[in-house]
Ligand binder design. Structure first.
Ligand code: GRG
Length: 295
């Protein structure tokens, strides 16, 4: 199977699982489930769940355990998109090629849908179907909470909002905030397979370096796409960071410098996988995909 076929096959399995886990018919509060489903089912590259599944394959983890962990992580990612699009944050009306959740429903429903997805992620992880060993489930819950919370994504978003008010920014500051805002979920995605398998510290460390490099490469590629693509191609508004006065990697490195830096990070990510030998081919392709993707 080609890399893109593998990616879309994981996306289909994630959609099917989320559909099964969030049934509309039996829900007492149908509108919030409807909004949660709208925000999470049917679109998105599912890159983070894909990384969970592929890192898990390195250790022959039960694919269903990896898929549930990936679905939980995707719920967190989708919640962050819903809340990020709200008028109090980025105020966007287009996401994944369709109206954002607060436009399709209303602001209160979008806030609750984000809250619902955030908490549902931990319900999925805590369930015995995710792993028979409670200690493994507990580790997954703890690590995802750290990645999504004030030391990770939420903290990075706060630093990002604070940075808008300042005139000058330096590269280290932007690397730190992006490492928290988007990098932390990538870190969880890549380390989850090792957690599910109770892998060795050396294997976890290798995946941690890989995650760190692809997380930063992802954000640099996002800034490049934002500059070079159209809203139709990306399915979301472009150039919003520049309008908001946010510093991007292109401001700090120049377009060519940003592209060179992203490629250097892909090379470092691939090198970090040498401990896994030829079992890590798909993860190498994923690193390349992250900087070559068109949306
Ligand atoms: C609101 C708590 C809170 C956090 C928001 C990550 C984040 C913090 C906001 C997302 C805003 C954004 C567009 C950031 C750029 C990087 C990013 C996460 C892009 C979207 O991820 P993809 O490309 O999207 O994986 P799909 O749609 O494929 O899932």
């Amino acid at each position: 199977m080609s890399f893109l076929d593998e990616l879309s096959s994981t996306a289909e399995r994630i959609d099917a699982l989320l559909d099964q886990l969030m049934p509309l018919d039996s829900a007492p509060a149908k509108r919030v489930i409807d909004a949660m489903r709208y925000a999470s089912i049917g679109q998105g590259k599912r890159l983070r769940p894909f990384l969970v599944c592929e890192s898990a394959k390195l250790f022959d983890v039960d694919p269903q355990h990896a898929l549930r962990t990936g679905a939980a992580l995707e719920c967190i990612h989708c919640y962050s998109l819903v809340h990020d699009d709200l008028p109090a944050m980025d105020d966007d009306d287009l996401r994944r090629g369709k109206p954002t959740t607060h436009i399709a429903f209303d602001e209160a429903a979008a806030i609750l849908a984000g809250d619902g997805l955030l908490t549902f992620a931990f319900e999925i992880l805590a369930h015995a179907d995710t792993h028979p060993d409670a200690a493994v489930r507990s580790k997954l819950v703890g690590e995802l909470a750290i990645a999504a919370g004030p030391a990770g994504m939420v903290g990075g978003q706060m630093l990002d909002l604070d940075a808008e008010a300042r005139e000058s920014h330096d590269l280290d500051e932007i690397i730190t905030l992006q490492g928290m805002k988007t990098g932390a979920l990538f870190r969880f995605a890549c380390e989850a397979g090792a957690i599910l398998a109770t892998a060795s510290a050396a294997e976890q460390a290798a995946l941690s370096v890989y995650a760190d490099r692809i997380g930063l490469a992802f954000q640099i590629a996002d800034d490049i796409l934002d500059q070079e693509s159209t809203p139709e191609e990306l399915g979301k508004q472009t150039q919003k960071d520049a309008e908001a006065g946010k510093a991007t990697f292109i401001d700090l490195l120049g377009l060519d410098g940003a592209k060179a830096r992203a490629q250097g990070l892909v090379d470092e990510a691939c090198a970090s996988l040498s401990v896994f030998g030829n079992r890590s081919g798909v993860l190498r392709e994923a690193a390349l995909f992250i900087v070559e993707r068109k949306n």
